[in-house]
Design a protein around this ligand. Sequence first.
Ligand SMILES: C/C(=C\CNc1ncnc2c1ncn2[C@@H]1O[C@H](COP(=O)(O)O)[C@@H](O)[C@H]1O)CO
Length: 208
Amino acid sequence: MHTDPWRVMKIQAEFVEGFNDLAEVGPAISVFGSARIADHHPAYDIGVRVGAALVEAGFAVITGGGPGAMEAANKGAMEAGGESIGLGIELPWETRLNDYVTFGLNFRYFFVRKMMFVKYSQGYVVLPGGLGTLDELFEAMTLAQTLKITQFPIVLMGVEHWQGLIDWMQGTMLEDARIQRTDLDMLTLTDDVDEAVALMVAARGRHR
Ligand SMILES: C/C(=C\CNc1ncnc2c1ncn2[C@@H]1O[C@H](COP(=O)(O)O)[C@@H](O)[C@H]1O)CO
């Protein structure tokens, strides 16, 4: 398509805006998770608690700015008086940033937005989720595995949800030598908010 080269300009503009608007964000942790969980789901409660605890530990919280687990983490962060950032995505159906975002940006391209999460976070907390969540998780793991980024802590919260994936990665991917033990070591699986935040704090010490 002859219009494709011009699309590069839009992509470039989106990178420039993102870099510019996020340049002054302090230490931040990205929280990912399902757009489809309701506020009475146990994962929503974990999201609120982890958002608040991250702020209390001195971090800004970055999410995809959408509903569900993203909203939960933004709610916890905002109510704890911290910086609650939402990097939204334009979707074919109407979506808007959730009500708990204190600073928001909207992206057209998933890949530009994903780069912002990686670039402006010191760690990932990943709540139960679906395809979008897996995409964000495995992008970060692949970048770290291939040394495109420095390794950072990735905490999977919601043991019941994630245990099957970890078992499969261990029993099939590792067993068949498709990954290495060090790849799996990137992940911590827990339901404990304090443990998750302590890992982020310890990594911040190493980051300085
Ligand atoms: C499903 C609905 C709205 C979706 N809106 C989204 N807004 C912002 N970010 C989103 C949205 N959907 C997916 N994402 C990103 O992927 C992760 C969640 O995807 P999953 O497939 O639900 O796991 C999340 O971390 C976002 O960054 C209508 O309610």
